[in-house]
Design a protein around this ligand. Structure first.
Ligand code: GSH
Length: 203
């Protein structure tokens, strides 16, 4: 049956696109037009009732949530390729940063974006909450920066945890979040952007 990948350009699905490019896994890519309601069709809702991309369908099983997809693809294809740790503490370390990206950093980023970036009607926005979230984002970036104090990548060697977090943080840069206080993150980001998979997808 193989692997089907449902994505939209310039969306969270870019994370999965990069993971697939790093792994070189053969797949069928399906572009979903979100503006035209492509994620709300009955066929799509069967594979993701949340009406969001990314989704992969592997051998008939649908998997949504980018963090779950990165960890799943890492486990299935990444260990043999040296891009994801084998089961054990190192894998735990990779999972920690993938989940942290989506849950801990993501929560602050979405709180900031909903309150300040025109994602919701003005009357639902709270400028003070947006400011607080932005301060928290800076604290969280400092945590990631600190994790790189004694190593070039999050788990020592490059893994899909770097692919995942780097792609998410690239979106933060596009949203004009200031990284200037986080020099190690800046240098790590340059290293991650130098990879062939990044150039293939983003270049
Ligand atoms: N937590 C989800 C978030 C996915 C998500 O928010 N996807 C957005 C695109 S960035 C989407 O598909 N939105 C549907 C729409 O705009 O119609 C993940 O990490 O996969």
């Amino acid at each position: 049956m193989g692997l089907d990948f449902y994505f939209a350009p310039h969306s969270t699905a870019t994370i999965t696109q990069l993971v697939l490019a790093e792994l070189g896994v053969e797949h069928r890519a399906h572009s979903i037009d979100l503006r035209a309601g492509g994620a709300k069709t009955p066929e799509f809702l069967k594979i993701n009732p949340n009406a969001k991309v990314p989704v992969i369908v592997h051998d008939g099983v649908a998997i949504f949530e980018s963090a779950a997809i990165t960890m799943y693809l890492g486990e299935q294809f990444g260990v043999a390729k040296g891009l994801y740790p084998a089961a054990g503490p190192k894998r735990g370390e990779a999972m920690k940063w993938i989940v942290w990206t989506n849950v801990t950093l993501g929560e602050a980023v979405y709180r900031w974006a909903y309150n300040t970036q025109g994602w919701t009607p003005k009357e639902q926005c709270n400028a003070a909450a947006g400011e607080a979230a932005l301060a928290q984002i800076q604290e969280l970036l400092a945590i990631a920066d600190g994790a790189l104090a004694d190593r070039p990548y999050l788990c020592g060697e490059y893994t899909l945890a770097d692919t995942h977090m780097h792609s998410f943080m690239d979106w933060l840069r596009a949203m004009k979040i200031d990284f200037s206080a986080h020099k190690r993150l800046e240098a790590w980001s340059a290293r991650c952007s130098d990879r062939p998979a990044w150039k293939q997808v983003e270049g």
